[in-house]
Design a protein around this ligand. Structure first.
Ligand code: FMN
Length: 326
């Protein structure tokens, strides 16, 4: 049966790998290196690894002659480096390098780094298979970059897909995004309440100040619309109360067109609430990895973009302020 090389490549792509950059130094002292995902472990004792290099690679002679090479397992934030070391550009330009065995170049910022002595080189079709004995290695505490289906990815712990957490009919509502969003929001708000009480602010006050923080100055009518998103109907008394405490400034005669602006004391309080909120948030995500937190934010932004109709204004931000949810 004839093998279609395109389909073969694509089938191989369903095997998730990490990504490495393998480097060495050629005989005239030039640094060489390329992006490699054929890296694998071979033996623990003695410690040995392998990788394969396309015979048509311009780096082939350097790796065959050098006798030593370094393998860098890339960290999750190094996909640009992977692209650079598979491109025609000057791969090492501007990089801060360290030097290893026989002056081979060592890259920084990776998840792990192995310096190896070449012990065998086998032919493997259109590739050469390099086997190296590890002479030293370093392991850094960084999440690794993953390569799957021709795309860069990150590894997160597999979610429970068994449905065991919510498998009774009475639990069904607890597995909706709406329930989970609302409950998360509620838990975070409850933790903020002692700070609001300390500042002698009601929930409504905090909504008004938060809306103003993004849109100051604006008219009373616009502010009422923004605060209305929280479900609270702002009143003239609310504004008077905050103005009496010098947290907001009111300009012009009362009514819908009155201009409302955050005063200096109001800005101070908003910053105070923001820093307490940040501490609450960072405690709430303690059990998530950095990668999971970034992934969660990315997913929420996608949902926000998707659920916002094209004709719909951002409900939390006035168009004139130009602040957009990204
Ligand atoms: C994710 C990824 C994995 C790669 N893995 C290998 C590999 O294992 N072996 C290899 O020879 N080339 C591999 N390549 C291709 C080389 O990095 C690329 O062809 C490079 O341009 C070779 O340049 P050279 O001719 O200077 O060696 C990979 C490229 C990418 C983007």
């Amino acid at each position: 049966m004839a093998i279609d090389s395109q389909q073969f490549r694509s089938a191989l792509g369903s095997f998730a790998t990490g990504i490495t950059i393998v480097t060495t130094r050629d005989k005239v002292g030039r640094d060489v290196g390329l992006t490699v995902n054929s890296f694998n472990s071979v033996s623990l004792d003695p410690p040995m690894v392998l990788w394969s290099l396309a015979k048509k690679s311009q780096t082939r002679q350097a790796f065959l002659q050098a006798g030593y090479f370094a393998v860098h397992i890339l960290a999750a934030d190094q996909s640009e480096l992977a692209t650079r070391f598979a491109s025609r550009m000057d791969r090492f330009s501007g990089l801060v390098l360290e030097r290893g065995e026989k002056e081979i170049p060592l890259l920084q910022g990776c998840a792990a780094r192995f310096q190896c002595k070449t012990v065998s080189c086998y032919e493997g079709g259109d590739h050469d298979i390099f086997v190296g004995e590890v002479v030293s290695f370093e392991h850094f505490d960084r999440p690794t970059l993953v390569f799957l289906g021709g795309r860069y990815a990150v590894a997160v712990e597999k979610p429970d897909l068994s449905g065991q957490e919510t498998n009774t009919s009475s639990d069904l509502g607890r597995n909706t995004l709406g329930y989970l969003f609302a409950r998360t929001y509620y838990h975070l708000r409850v933790r903020l309440r002692p700070e609001l009480a300390r500042l002698n602010l009601t929930e409504a006050d905090s909504f008004i100040l938060a809306a103003l923080a993004l849109n100051s100055p604006c008219t009373a009518h616009e502010l009422a619309d923004l605060v209305g998103v929280s479900g609270y109907q702002m009143t003239q008394q609310d504004m008077m109360r905050l103005a009496q405490r010098n947290l907001i400034d009111l300009r012009g005669s009362g009514g819908a067109d009155q201009v409302v602006q955050l005063a200096d004391a109001g800005t101070k309080i908003v910053l105070n609430i923001a820093s307490v909120s940040a501490a609450i948030e960072s405690d709430a995500v303690t059990d998530l990895s950095y990668t999971e937190i970034e992934l969660l934010k990315q997913m929420l932004r996608k949902i926000i973009r998707r659920t916002k109709a094209p004709w719909q204004k951002d409900p939390l931000v006035l168009e004139s302020s130009g602040v957009e949810v990204r």
